[in-house]
Write a protein that binds this ligand. Sequence first.
Ligand code: IVH
Length: 735
Amino acid sequence: MDLSKARERWTELASLIDDAQFNYYVRDAPTISDAEYDSAMRELEAIERQYPELQSADSPTRRVGGWRASEFAPVTHLERMLSLDDVFSLDELRQWVTRVRGAAGLPEVAMTAELKVDGLAVSLVYEAGRLVRAATRGDGRVGEDVTQNVRTIRDIPQVLSGEVPDLVEVRGEVFFPVAAFEQLNASLVESGRAPFANPRNAAAGSLRQKDPRVTASRPLAMVAHGVGALMMEGPAPQSQWELYGMLRSWGVPVSPHTVLAPTLDEVEGMIAYYADHRHDVEHEIDGIVVKVDDRSLQAAMGATSRAPRWAAAYKYPPEEVNTRLLDIRTHVGRTGRVTPFGVMEPVRVSGSTVSMATLHNQSEVRRKGVLIGDVVVLRKAGDVIPEIVAPVVALRDGTEREFVMPTHCPSCGTALAPAKEGDVDLRCPNAESCPAQITERLAHIASRGALDIESLGDETALALTNPEANREFVTGVEPMPAPQTPVLRNEAGLFDLTAEDLAHVRVWRERRRDGQPTGEWEQVLFFWTNEQRRRDGTVLRPSTPTANTRRMLDQVAAATQRPLWRFLVALSIRHVGPTAARALADRFRTLEAIEAASVDELAETEGVGPVIARSIRDWLEVDWHQRIIAAWRRAGVTFADASQVRHEVRRTLEGLTIVVTGTLDGYTREAAEHAVVERGGRAAGSVSRRTDYVVAGRNAGSKEARARQLGIPVLDEETFARLLADGPVGVSTSS
Ligand code: IVH
């Protein structure tokens, strides 16, 4: 592959991974399988090995999985939260152990073997034994502040007991106990709300609540599996095992299932045992984590930018079950791609109930050899995305039939075609007015990573753009009412919506009895309440917009003021994910400036190569795209960041006390102190044990001396600048 081909492929993969991470971490709604994700990541790594110049600072290969949504205040971790390298077989595990032994220069190295808890990583900061902050992992450097919510988790001590350290970042996994999860879902369904897909999502959904009372009502639990920054008086723990003992002595929950494995045999024993007993544990697990026990050996082995070299995660193969494939239908996606998906008799697999699975495209259906009516093997790839593996041919009785890919769009009837010659995927080219594509685009616009309009979810998007969805399933309604015209024929009108526009919108709904679908359909008002009449026919209570509808309209109005990058994501420009959008917004500040820029100018933006640049230009040239922008502008969207810039000084120094002394070249004393405070730090006048950093300029006197005496890090001006920009990760904290 030559450099330009490589660059093109790099961009494609990076944006695929970007989207996948975003959907997984931010929307809690994964879109691709682990296997696809892993293979994209491996290909990206291979390209970067061949062309190191392609590895930009924000390449997905440098990012620890995770994505930052912006509802909770950002928190910079004192030490990075790393991920784990996976191994998928005993062979790979043995190779890893051989490398560890080599690094140690020993024939055998003791390890801890622990359950890999399928939950949500958190970091808990305790200062002098008090819980002062709790954060999610985020991108590994900066997470989200969930302190208030974490304080409601009973397992997690507010105050440590015993010989507490001066400072510790406890790292662990918050999880939703499986038994409680089943109950939660039953009660959600009961009250007409959507159940969570699995305990991991339930944990994430419960922890990332704006109202801590909701979190408090959920029985979340935690196990600690390590520490980040640690400052303590007494001797630091020598081993991982000792560290767990210490955490336990402080009252921090650690896993009762962890074992100390003197040799590889014990590790393999643990792996074999839990392969058969995965579901006997109170939480879900997706593997076994193996860690070098000796902490000095850990330190000597170090970490890559993503994961420690002294630990590995053995991943269990996904679980498989059989079920019947009832039908293969097609779905039209946001970009017009038409994908077949299987509709199955609902079954439980890897902890959740599954009734649908994507089949990707026509050739995938053929390759798998599945027929409608087959009993099929179903598994959760990477334990997340359901996947139809293969038919059980032996169980066929001759009534099965082949799937035929439609030649015309199931939504708008336009002839389907590949986007370019040789593509396996078929697309509906009618992007402008295909109702299915509009629905998907609108849902995307409102999604958390775009304009974040919380009360405009998938169902509302459907009601606005496609109220006749499901009409094809309706039977027994006589006479059938005439089809309605959608309120929104495309996204241009979003910000002009009024309550009156929505007064008569009805959707088709299938009646349920005891949570089960009945096959009976009715048409119900979606946005307004039903009018109530007295017996004599006079109106008792007129139809009015529901509370949800009013909230949605308010939120839509508020969304006109979102920062530019969110609008760039919202516009569904090919390849423009959150990373590129942020970079473009940072550089150009307004949409006008982007509209005026040439492909070359766009491509000069860090993280935006020629492929993305071209794609933006092409998008902007399309007249109906221009009409969307014009309509949004008329409705008050400014597509500019000016007011945002001030807010976006990142709070990199949250919780830190900093003393500035001596003469700096780039700052007056006041400006330096202002910069500290603005980023959430405290600017102190004198040095004490509680001081985190001393910034020393020229002719710094006694304060610098005192800092050195106390072992407090002394920073020069350049390092200070890095501290301001990146927080403590920019300078070493392990002093
Ligand atoms: S140790 C520096 N131990 O799995 C090593 N992680 O896929 C950091 N996880 O980010 C992690 N159980 O959130 C460790 N027993 C365990 C774990 C565990 C679950 C999570 C953790 C990590 C992720 C990597």
